[in-house]
Design a protein around this ligand. Structure first.
Ligand SMILES: Nc1ncnc2c1ncn2[C@@H]1O[C@H](COP(=O)(O)OP(=O)(O)O)[C@@H](O)[C@H]1O
Ligand SMILES: [Mg+2]
Length: 253
């Protein structure tokens, strides 16, 4: 792998596999597999909702949500909703995605607000020897969409606002979850670094489900930080920017 490839591992599958090796982190990982005919049927039998995601890619592109409904598979994409017979589903998907590699993932029953699901972006940076937890911001899906990505029209929302409005949590519990996100962030950073020693930036997509359980949806090693322009702490975005600028400059030398 090139230096660039080692600094920014892209494969969702490889990153999942690296984290799965750490027993104590498995509780945060949704069941994930490479797409095969057998796994697709297994997942559809086992989980009420299954996500299909391109192994390489971002910005919510190419993501599909599958749900079983009276013996048929309901497919929900960025633009369409339709049904496919279960015995046709794999060949249908292959026609749709061609040769691209895809992963399957257990759907997380994300918390929502006004019927639009929410998840969170946690940022950690490594300017020196240690990871630094920078902060967290909520991402709120547009109505009718299956992804919360900013470039797909998702909006930003503060953590405590999200927890208060969606799950009706009181302040004490909000602080507990905030602390848990931070702790989870550090542990994931350490585990990823063990497999990908050159990473210095992390944008973790973390979902909180309706029973307040935390799930890692994906780990980005070259994230966008625009979301943090809306953070309640106005100084945070410039701070992130300056650390990231330094990190990326050091890389070039
Ligand atoms: N397993 C899942 N359960 C529920 N929602 C998901 C799941 N996987 C992805 N999503 C939704 O889709 C968004 C994009 O998925 P993600 O894995 O982050 O891919 P991308 O690299 O395109 O951002 C997530 O932020 C989340 O809103
Ligand atoms: Mg993402």
């Amino acid at each position: 792998l090139s230096l660039y490839g080692r600094m920014y591992p892209w494969s969702k599958w490889r990153k999942h596999a690296a984290l799965w090796k750490v027993d104590s982190l498995r509780t945060y990982l949704p069941d994930t597999a490479k797409l095969t005919p057998r796994k697709l049927l297994q997942f559809l039998e086992k989980y009420p909702v299954v996500f299909l995601k391109p192994c390489f890619g971002g910005g919510g592109r190419g993501i599909m949500k599958l749900t079983m409904r009276s013996g048929k598979v309901r497919v929900h994409t960025h633009t369409d909703r339709y049904e496919v017979a279960i015995d046709q589903i794999y060949s249908h998907m292959i026609r749709k995605i061609g040769k691209k590699s895809y992963i399957l993932q257990q759907g997380i029953d994300l918390m929502d607000l006004q019927g639009r699901q929410l998840d969170f972006r946690v940022v950690l940076l490594k300017p020196g020897k240690k990871w630094r937890y920078m902060g967290v911001m909520g991402k709120w899906a547009p109505s009718g969409q299956i992804v919360t990505n900013h470039c797909r029209g998702g909006s930003s929302i503060g953590l405590s606002q999200a927890l208060k409005s969606s799950l009706k949590l009181e302040e004490l519990r909000q602080h507990e979850l905030d602390a848990e996100l931070r702790e989870m962030g550090y542990r994931i950073a350490a585990a990823l670094e063990a497999s990908f020693p050159l990473i210095t930036e992390l944008g973790l997509d973390i979902g909180i489900d309706r029973s307040q359980r935390l799930w890692l949806i994906e780990a980005n090693t070259r994230p966008q930080y625009n979301l943090f322009k809306d953070h309640a702490d106005a100084g945070l975005y410039p701070q992130i920017q300056s650390v990231v600028r330094r990190l990326r400059q050091t890389r070039k030398r």
